[in-house]
Design a protein around this ligand. Structure first.
Ligand SMILES: Nc1ncnc2c1ncn2[C@@H]1O[C@H](COP(=O)(O)OP(=O)(O)OP(=O)(O)O)[C@@H](O)[C@H]1O
Length: 628
């Protein structure tokens, strides 16, 4: 690796703070010299997290390499890995550190459909790093940087200091830090060698008592993975046909480098036929993984969840595995809602940093399959204009997500109606009640699963109070689910219960859109369920009336990206626990999580906190519903 870039650094509450660097880091022209290294680091300051902008529009990934003065911090949330270098390894003062390091070593074999990934990226990463540096050196920003840093006092030559033999002090540690930096629209891993001045703190055990002192590497990793699980064992399921045939390349080039550098152990399975992911999930060895990452659209997570559901040991499977998405398909609602991004590299960073959270699922029954297996749905069910548009625009698949909106608009302006009967068990019927429910539940994510070994009692969380978190962990033990959680409260074989309300037939005879969902985004620019919450025990219901004039429906359609359509008086918006819909049309379909379902009565109920997934900050993307 060309990176003889040994910077002096210290740990702060926010990250690793670069204090100074050796004078001549690179001898060759065009390579890093004093000061230039910081122009690379400076890009961290503008490292946006790939989160969708609040209006649900384009990503805000500013990759400009604006220069910063010294004292640049590499934030913990960008740090992927840290390890001791050279003689410092011998200074690691407990066996745990060494065992952590040895876990990062890769072992395993590969086969056509089951590839164990090599996590050593040293050579090509080194080249990547160098090319990044060369880019930086040629940027116009260089002069700006040099003028700002002309007063740097060169530090001692740290390569000489790197070993105790050469006078490295006891409180100094030579480490290699790997962190994510922006490159184009993506993020990529980069490495730096740092000489860290650090006095080891006393580490805290799970019981909260101080025990042996922890090393600097362990401290960095603890803070970098606070509340998240390190070294995940991930089964990546790739739909090679997903994302207009680009899913495999997207995963391999954008997501995999981040996962590997973060110490994840990866196996890859490719889907070979439609619905193959159901079989993969049904038959996989759950002891080998903690995460199933679907490098696909929303179709594969749907299949994985349903494959797990059909296992005889489904309780153990849902207790153990988190199901997540790396957005490589044409519809990536799960990643947009959970990782707050539609970009596979940012989603990979989110995967390794996010908080395991239990989310509600919905269980769907229809006569043609209810005696076999009901179907679990994580995203939505729809009937009417949107179902027809979502499915019947498959033929223009090459257009990506835009096909969805075109289809909706086309059908709505045709004035199509989809008569039906609807029965609902309400949780919050009126918009006022819904708002109250939302405000009461938005910060109470009951499914939040913090990792005790990585929690620091002194740290604060932006989403939940420490008390909430601790109580939650007591409730949500690793054996949280039992077979009872899978039992239906309202089997379709029984009559509609008395406490369900029949929706006014004035509306349902003229219905245009019937849409129920659990995640805020249903497509990249469609914030259809802005009040959806991960584990509030309710489903969001939205309905529209076909008698609404074009003049009124147009602004509703145009506000789908902002989510403010739910405020329009013509749009019904409720929180519900269960429903039954009986279509009255002769031909058509339901769409469940984007999959075609038969035109038959459909009964759905909430299945609270059935599925573990990974949520950025333990919550869905902010929809700004609160301030609407
Ligand atoms: N090898 C395969 N051959 C045919 N179909 C497949 C294969 N692998 C997966 N599928 C099917 O492709 C469908 C879509 O998968 P996915 O959601 O990953 O892709 P997508 O690009 O988002 O597509 P969509 O446009 O349907 O959202 C799923 O129903 C899945 O069963």
């Amino acid at each position: 690796m060309a990176a003889q870039k040994k910077l002096r650094a210290i740990l702060t509450d926010e990250g690793v703070l670069i204090k100074s660097q050796s004078h001549h880091m690179f001898s060759k022209h065009g390579q890093l010299r004093s000061g230039d290294s910081l122009s690379l680091l400076s890009c961290l300051s503008c490292l946006d997290d790939g989160t969708l902008s609040s209006d649900g529009g384009s990503f805000d990934e500013d990759d400009s390499l604006e220069l910063l003065p010294l004292n640049t911090t590499i934030p913990f949330n960008r740090i992927l890995n840290a390890k001791y270098l050279n003689a410092d390894q011998t200074r690691a003062n407990n066996g745990k550190i060494l065992s952590d390091l040895s876990q990062i070593e890769n072992t395993g074999s590969s086969s056509e459909n089951d590839e164990v990934e090599n996590r050593s990226l040293s050579n090509d990463k080194g080249q990547q790093f160098q090319s990044s540096l060369n880019e930086l050196n040629s940027s116009s920003n260089k002069d700006k940087w040099n003028s700002k840093t002309s007063n740097i006092v060169p530090s001692t030559d740290v390569s000489r200091d790197a070993s105790p033999m050469f006078g490295m002090r006891d409180n100094q540690h030579l480490i290699e830090l790997t962190f994510a930096v922006p490159k184009g629209h993506d993020i990529v891993p980069q490495k730096l060698t740092l000489l860290i001045d650090h006095v080891s703190k006393k580490s805290k055990t799970n019981s909260g008592l101080n025990s042996s002192s922890s090393g600097v590497v362990e401290e960095i990793l603890e803070k970098s993975y606070e509340n998240s699980k390190r070294n995940r064992k991930v089964l990546v399921i790739i739909n090679p046909y997903g994302g207009k045939g680009k899913a495999k390349k997207l995963f391999l080039t954008k997501a995999r480098p981040i996962l590997l550098e973060s110490g994840c152990k990866i196996e890859i399975a490719y889907t070979k036929y439609a619905r193959h992911a159901i079989d993969i999930a049904k038959d996989l060895d759950i002891s080998k993984y903690d995460t199933i990452a679907c490098a696909s659209g929303d179709g594969i997570p749907y299949e994985v969840i349903n494959g797990l559901y059909r296992r005889p040991d489904r309780v153990e499977a849902f207790n153990k595995l988190a199901v997540t998405q790396l957005p490589c398909g044409s519809g990536n609602a799960m990643s947009i809602s959970c990782h707050w991004t539609n970009n596979p590299s940012y989603a990979a960073l989110c995967l390794v940093k996010s908080i395991e959270t239990r989310i509600d699922l919905m269980c769907c029954s229809q006569p043609s399959y209810m005696n076999e297996w009901p179907r679990l749905s994580f995203l939505s069910q729809t009937y009417g204009v949107i179902a027809e548009s979502d499915i019947n625009t498959e033929f223009i698949r090459w257009m990506g997500s835009i096909r969805f909106n075109l289809g909706v608009a086309f059908n709505i302006f045709q004035g199509k109606k989809y008569p039906c009967e609807v029965f609902v068990k309400y949780a919050a019927k009126s918009k006022k009640e819904l708002k109250v429910h939302f405000l009461e539940n938005k910060d109470k994510n009951k499914g939040y699963l913090a990792f005790e070994p990585n929690t620091d009692p002194d740290s604060s969380l932006d989403s939940l109070s420490k008390n909430d978190r601790n109580n939650r962990n007591d409730e949500l033990s690793p054996t949280f689910l039992t077979e009872d959680n899978f039992k239906l409260k309202y089997p379709m074989t029984e009559p509609v219960p008395d406490d369900w309300e029949k929706v006014d037939s004035e509306l349902t005879d003229n219905l245009t859109i019937f849409y129920t969902g659990k995640m805020p985004y249903i497509a990249e620019d469609t914030k259809f369920f802005p009040a959806a919450l991960p584990a509030d025990g309710t489903i969001d219901l939205i309905m529209t009336d076909g008698r609404t004039s074009v003049a009124k429906i147009t602004p509703i359609l145009l506000s789908l990206d902002k989510g403010s359509h739910v405020l329009e008086p013509e749009v019904v918006h409720s929180k519900i626990l269960a429903y039954k819909i009986i279509p009255k049309i002769k031909s058509g379909l339901f769409s469940v999580d984007g999959e075609r379902f038969p035109l038959e009565p459909l009964q759905v109920e909430i299945m609270p906190m059935l599925c573990k997934t990974l949520l950025k900050n333990g919550r869905y993307i902010d929809t700004e519903f609160e301030s609407m």
